[in-house]
Ligand binder design. Structure first.
Ligand code: HEC
Ligand code: HEC
Length: 287
């Protein structure tokens, strides 16, 4: 009801009609046209070499190169352990760092340690899996939103649906050797992905096995991301991992324009909204 009331109120105030037209002409009600120094003669606008929001290279303009996923998977695994920089760094280095090793600038100019922030779901917050952040960030060096979004969706859906870890470092292992238990996260979130694996495997979050698992997932995600990027460059990229049933079903009423248009995002709804024993109220009758 609140939403309806607000809309009705805006309409009454004459702002709904104005919103589209006024925004299109760059004006908001009461706004004065911007005549600052940036729009003056001789000053650059966004997208060129100087002025606000300008950047050195054109938007999303770095040129991608085809990579050998088999080689890069090992680099991703090692990158995870290197100085403890973690999953986002490992995946990003396996893509952009390897282009730098093979093609030089501009790839080798990137301050790769920036990606350490993605470790443990961004500075230990357990939000997005850093391996996914590293891959999506690498995509964004080469492709803008329209091209990139389907690539990200394909990678994230594959991640939601895949039993990890798959990569086997063999004798080059850095944490623990041999096979590890696997689990399907149904979520791109570090918190859910790690939590489910710890529950399924019996290993603690701060265990070498858990670290090894995430190092192997770093290699798995780099492999898949490179397959997507190589296919994109070859013109053969196609979406193979569709939406889970929950996204289609729940979206029937919660997507834009539907009866309860509150939904943000594309994640599988099931881990959080299924009322499973895992997500039930733990503040009551709990060990
Ligand atoms: C047939 C239409 C329909 C479908 C399908 C549907 N919803 Fe809803 N949902 C509603 C309506 C209507 C409301 C209440 C109206 C509002 O708050 O906008 C609501 C409310 C909610 C709420 C907030 C209040 C509450 O009851 O918890 C959540 C969370 C929610 N839905 C999640 C989901 C999820 C997850 C799914 C899929 C498993 C789903 N919905 C499927 C129509 C639907
Ligand atoms: C990572 C967990 C998570 C996932 C995945 C998730 N949700 Fe939610 N969702 C939440 C939480 C937490 C809230 C806030 C609940 C509250 O208001 O207490 C929320 C809020 C909502 C609301 C607004 C109403 C409300 O209760 O606040 C709707 C509708 C909703 N989710 C639907 C969905 C649908 C549909 C999907 C799948 C497409 C989905 N959610 C995926 C955790 C999740």
């Amino acid at each position: 009801m609140k939403r309806m009331n607000r809309r009705t109120m805006l309409k009454t105030m004459g702002m709904v009609g104005c919103a589209t037209g006024c925004l299109a002409s760059g004006l908001l009600p009461g706004a004065v046209p911007f005549t600052g120094p940036l729009s003056g003669p001789g000053n650059a606008v966004a997208g060129t070499t100087s002025g606000r929001f300008a950047q050195k290279d054109a938007p999303f303009s770095w040129k991608p190169h085809v990579l050998d996923a088999k080689v890069c998977a090992h680099v991703a695994y090692d990158g995870y352990w290197h100085q403890g920089y973690g999953c986002a760094y490992g995946v990003f280095y396996a893509i952009v760092g390897m282009m730098g090793e093979q093609h030089g600038a501009p790839y080798n100019q990137f301050p790769f340690t920036m990606l350490e922030v993605g470790k443990s779901g961004i500075s230990d917050w357990g939000t997005i899996c850093g391996a996914l952040l590293g891959a999506a960030s690498a995509f964004a060096l080469f492709w803008g939103r329209k091209e990139r979004d389907p690539m990200v969706a394909e990678l994230f859906r594959w991640y939601e649906q895949t039993a990890f870890p798959m990569h086997d470092p063999g004798a080059a292992f850095k944490g623990v050797a041999g096979a590890l238990p696997t689990s399907v996260s149904h979520s791109p979130l570090c918190h859910v992905s790690v939590g489910r694996w710890c529950q399924a495997s019996g290993f603690a979050e701060k265990s070498t096995e858990r670290g090894e698992r995430c190092a192997r997932i770093t290699a798995d995600v780099a492999t898949q991301a490179i397959a997507i990027m190589n296919a994109k460059q070859a013109g053969t990229f196609a979406v193979a991992h569709g939406d889970p049933a929950s996204v289609t079903y729940c979206g029937e009423c919660h997507n834009p324009g539907k009866q309860s248009p509150l939904l943000k995002g594309k994640m599988d709804c099931t881990p959080c909204h299924s009322g499973s024993p895992h997500t039930a109220d733990k503040f009551k009758n709990h060990p």
